[in-house]
Design a protein around this ligand. Structure first.
Ligand SMILES: Nc1ncnc2c1ncn2[C@@H]1O[C@H](COP(=O)(O)OP(=O)(O)OP(=O)(O)O)[C@@H](O)[C@H]1O
Length: 252
């Protein structure tokens, strides 16, 4: 059974079919890319996979469980985490608190234990703090733990968003243009980090990206969409030389 199995995923906005019959099957530990020209429907696919949009048609199964109609929070609980094209952090919280918040669904203390600061509360808070610092360490960001998120440079805010998504302990991580706005050095570093977290946490990663060097450099398999439809799927080398893909990108 595939970790994520998507069949005939379709969504219509009024007269526009933004995604039309999208299909993908992702296994544990896969590192795959979703690419396509501007407005092709990539983010709309993510929005359906994560419960932000309700598909007009189609099926999405995560570990065998149908997630169509489920709320984003429930889909996170089932093991799918994502980042956004436009960074969404709690900008007035510290870096470490941003990560701790994501870990909260793994904490077991109840309201009373929390209000009265009972031992269970302290034990779990300590665990959350340690876990969050461990996440930050992976991204080489431990030294920013007490910095407010809004004061981080752009590239580090992007990394923090990934660290926060990882802290929900997903089985699949969906990254929406993680390298957007990064300089070439930051992009290269990010490629290494993405590879590293896939191996360390044994998770699958689905990546939307405009930066071709990043997609071609790390993805084992790539799906290309244009006007909401799949036009190609294959290994990076096959995609690079596919005439339909070249045509879509050059806008002939
Ligand atoms: N809520 C919505 N209402 C109406 N149209 C929408 C909505 N969300 C997306 N669309 C349309 O669906 C199409 C696909 O948009 P989407 O943002 O998924 O493309 P994309 O491939 O992610 O583009 P980009 O690379 O520019 O981010 C576009 O024509 C967009 O205008």
């Amino acid at each position: 059974m595939a970790l994520l199995d998507v069949k005939n995923l379709t969504i219509k906005f009024g007269g526009l079919t933004a995604v039309d019959g999208f299909e993908i099957s992702i296994e544990e530990n896969d590192l795959v890319g979703l690419i396509g020209p501007n407005g092709a429907g990539k983010t709309t696919v993510f929005n359906m996979l994560t419960g932000v949009y309700l598909p007009t048609e189609g099926e999405i199964r995560l570990n065998g469980v149908s997630v169509v109609g489920k709320k984003p929070y429930d889909i996170i609980e089932l093991g799918a985490a994502r980042t956004f094209q436009n960074i969404r952090l709690f900008k007035d919280l510290t870096v470490v608190d941003n990560v701790k918040i994501a870990y909260h669904n793994h904490m077991g203390y109840n309201v009373l234990q929390g209000i009265f600061r009972l031992p269970m509360y302290w034990k779990e808070e300590k665990q959350a703090q340690e876990y969050a610092l461990e996440m930050l360490d992976i991204f080489d960001m431990k030294m920013y733990a007490d910095t407010l998120a809004k004061n981080l440079p752009y590239g580090k805010q992007r990394k923090l968003e990934i660290a926060r998504a990882l802290a929900t302990k997903p089985k699949i991580l969906m990254l929406d243009e993680p390298a957007a706005g990064m300089n070439p050095y930051e992009t290269k570093e990010l490629m290494e980090t993405i590879h590293f977290i896939r191996d360390k946490f044994n998770i699958a990663i689905l990546l939307i990206e405009h930066d071709m060097s990043l997609v071609m450099g790390i993805c084992e398999n790539i799906t290309v969409i244009d006007y909401g439809k799949i036009i190609a799927r294959g290994k990076p080398d096959e995609i690079k030389s596919n005439p339909d893909v070249i045509k879509a990108y050059l806008g002939e």
